[in-house]
Design a binder for this molecule. Structure first.
Ligand SMILES: *[C@@H]1O[C@H](CO)[C@@H](O)[C@H](O)[C@H]1NC(C)=O
Ligand SMILES: *[C@@H]1O[C@H](CO)[C@@H](O)[C@H](O)[C@H]1NC(C)=O
Ligand SMILES: *[C@@H]1O[C@H](CO)[C@@H](O)[C@H](O)[C@H]1NC(C)=O
Length: 354
């Protein structure tokens, strides 16, 4: 047998091996939807202890605020067709060396940012970190890796301006987007503030073009603002530098009818997920708008589709064990450790597989 024949054989083996590897990746991407699955009881799954995450905000620190039950920490998200990759905090820092990640949005965005910084710190407790806050921007840095993980508080994504006519919510203006340019991973969210009325509402009038409105259907206003954001993405994002995600809509649990238990006033006392196959409240109305707007964007944008899996977690909120330990009821944010850790596991999966 000549050298050429041996080389040929090796070549065939090599090609079939690559084929096999390639085939597996295609299976992962095309057959397995990480967002379709269920929560499974898994008492052995590990999660960080909130006491090992010194910078965790008190409003999310349910254990420290006295939440007595811990069953809610023993459920793992299990996609139907495959397993989620384990969150590997060391790999994450190595992979994102020299890169920047920014969460932009409201306090649900803060919730996910805190979860990610806790996951990374507790996985790399020896790695020095720094945390700086200036105005609405919080920057968490691992200097040895030059990895920056930022949170920019921005409840509407579009602009609010003070004018002589009052505080104007400008549905078609997004000057706040300047600081998003050039960031390597952007994760946006907005929803909850669009529903505010009365004294909680931080604007007086809506503006679109040269028209102003005292009131507007909130879902319509939301869609207009998201379309402004979508145009920003198409105009300003360079996909070879920045990956863009939308967090999806984080659901509240303020009404037991949503999960088929009208006797439950809210999430208080809920100690286990909703275990049925279909969440009774159905699709979230804001999520439907988000999906419609994302389809209109021509640049690559990835939906971190956390809505359905979070709808099932009526047990994941601080309820009375949030808000700095006050007795307010919080069925909107999430305890940490908790559900947002799964959001970040999904973010990690999306980042390493695309
Ligand atoms: C707008 O006015 C409010 C008071 O009505 C003030 O608290 C806020 O700082 C002002 N914002 C800007 C950007 O000037
Ligand atoms: C408002 O804008 C529209 C289109 O942009 C324009 O046709 C119209 O003249 C403007 N109206 C006023 C009062 O400026
Ligand atoms: C809870 O939801 C049900 C069904 O959608 C509705 O009839 C009821 O008014 C809601 N309760 C509250 C307190 O909003």
């Amino acid at each position: 047998m000549g050298a050429l024949a041996i080389f040929g054989k090796i070549f065939v083996v090599l090609v079939s091996f690559l084929h096999h590897v390639n085939g597996r990746f295609q299976y992962l991407n095309e057959q397995c939807d990480f967002y379709k699955g269920n929560w499974v009881f898994d008492p052995l799954q590990s999660h960080y202890d909130s006491s090992n995450c010194p910078f965790i905000e008190k409003q999310f620190d349910c254990q420290k605020n006295g939440r007595p039950d811990n069953l809610y920490l023993q459920f793992r998200w299990q996609p139907f067709g495959c397993n989620l990759p384990r969150f590997d905090g060391e790999d994450f820092l190595r992979r994102f060396k020299g890169r920047s990640i920014m969460f932009v949005g409201d306090s649900l965005s803060l919730n996910q940012w805190q979860s990610l910084t806790c996951l990374l710190h507790t996985a790399n407790p020896q790695a020095k970190y720094s945390l700086a806050r200036t105005g609405g921007l919080s920057t968490f840095t691992f200097p040895a890796y030059n990895v920056k993980i930022m949170f920019s508080r921005n409840a509407f994504l579009v602009d609010i301006a003070n004018t002589s006519a009052g505080r104007v919510l400008r549905l078609d203006s997004i000057e706040g987007g300047e600081i998003w340019k050039g960031v390597n991973v952007l994760i946006f969210d907005t929803w909850h503030w669009w529903l505010y009325t009365g004294r909680k509402k931080p604007w007086d009038i809506f503006q679109e073009g040269n028209m102003t409105y005292d009131e507007m259907d909130r879902l319509v206003a939301y869609e207009k603002a998201l379309n402004t954001w979508a145009k920003w993405v198409d105009t300003n994002v360079n996909p070879s530098i920045s990956k863009v995600f939308f967090q999806g809509v984080s659901p509240d649990h303020n009404n037991g009818s949503d999960w088929g238990d009208p006797s439950a006033k809210n999430c208080e006392g809920q100690v286990r997920p909703f275990m049925g196959p279909i969440y009774p409240a159905g699709a979230h109305k804001a999520q439907i708008v988000v999906e419609k707007v994302l389809r209109s964007i021509s640049k690559p944008v990835f939906l971190l589709d956390i809505t359905t899996l979070s709808q099932l977690r009526k047990d994941g909120h601080p309820s009375v064990y949030g808000h700095g330990g006050h007795n307010d009821m919080d069925c909107t944010h999430w305890c940490l450790p908790g559900v947002p850790d799964t959001w970040n596991q999904l973010l990690y999966a999306a980042l390493i597989e695309t």
